[in-house]
Design a protein around this ligand. Structure first.
Ligand code: HEM
Length: 248
């Protein structure tokens, strides 16, 4: 089997991601202390607010790093789903996560630097990075200086609305962290995607099927070749399922 390494996460993405991850975890924890000050007593309210505000600015600066990197390199297109192929690819991906993965089927998506995300990731990440995270950053900024941003707060319907948006998104992020970490364990080993987010390199195990390729049980490819006079070229594949391609 052909196990190769591909450089999938460039340094700016890794730096952005881990600062962002630590920042959001800190914001969720300090946010809990602020919101449930009567039930939780780990930090004083004053300390929790000040830590929450500083961390908010770190996450904001980090978000600008993400924006500048992805737009200046043109790589932002990896976040944008191709609407023509989206329905079929998304269906295959959902089928894989809901069923195929438990049978050891190969992942229908092959990760490359230009096509890093499967369609479900594209859909989730584009909303996360262009709607949810900016909404959380802006609502946080408005709550930080209510007087200064009074006009914007009024435009949104008042302080209660802004506060509700901020708290609902806080619950979203708390839940997102759990789901995101679970999905990140679904690489060829549970830690593979985590390691890749540190080193930049993802190990390529197996091969998604392209038109004209088939996944066959082990030995079947060799048997088919001996019967047909080497008509099938073995590419690679998952443990017990070589991917073969018909040759003319
Ligand atoms: C404990 C915290 C976190 C861990 C362990 C973690 C882990 C990972 C891993 C392993 C990947 C690579 C696999 C993949 O693309 O799905 C990834 C990618 C990603 N994560 Fe996280 N993550 C964390 C927190 C966050 C948070 C808080 C956000 C956003 C608010 C986030 C947003 C993203 C995005 C957008 C990507 C794709 C990055 C890119 O390649 O451009 N992550 N994360």
């Amino acid at each position: 089997m052909n196990n190769s390494k591909i450089y999938i996460h460039p340094a700016p993405v890794r730096i952005w991601h881990w600062i962002n991850a630590i920042g959001i975890i800190m914001l969720v924890l300090t946010g809990m202390q602020i919101r449930f000050a009567e039930q939780i007593n780990i930090l004083s309210l004053q300390k929790a607010i000040s830590l929450h505000n500083y961390t908010g600015f770190v996450v904001l600066a980090d978000y600008l790093l993400w924006l500048v990197y992805y737009f200046s390199t043109g790589k932002i297109q990896i976040y944008i789903p191709d609407l023509r192929t989206f329905p079929v690819k998304a269906f295959n991906q959902i089928k894989f996560y809901g069923y195929g993965i438990f049978k050891g089927d190969p992942n229908p998506h092959t990760m490359t630097p230009e096509n890093k995300f499967n369609p479900m990731q594209q859909m989730a990440y584009i909303k996360l990075m262009f709607i949810v995270l900016p909404a959380q950053i802006f609502s946080g900024l408005f709550l930080w200086q209510v007087k200064r941003f009074g006009d914007y707060i009024d435009l949104l319907g008042g302080i209660k609305i802004v506060d509700t948006i901020h708290v609902l998104l806080f619950f979203f992020f708390a839940a997102f962290l759990i789901v995101h970490c679970y999905l990140a364990t679904l690489g060829h080993t549970p830690l593979a995607h985590f390691k890749a987010m540190f080193t930049g390199y993802e190990e390529h195990h197996g091969h998604a099927e392209m038109p004209g390729e088939f996944a066959l049980p082990e030995n079947a490819a060799a048997r088919a070749n001996s019967l047909t006079g080497n008509k099938y070229a073995v590419l690679d594949g998952l443990e017990n399922k070589p991917v073969v391609k018909m040759t003319n």
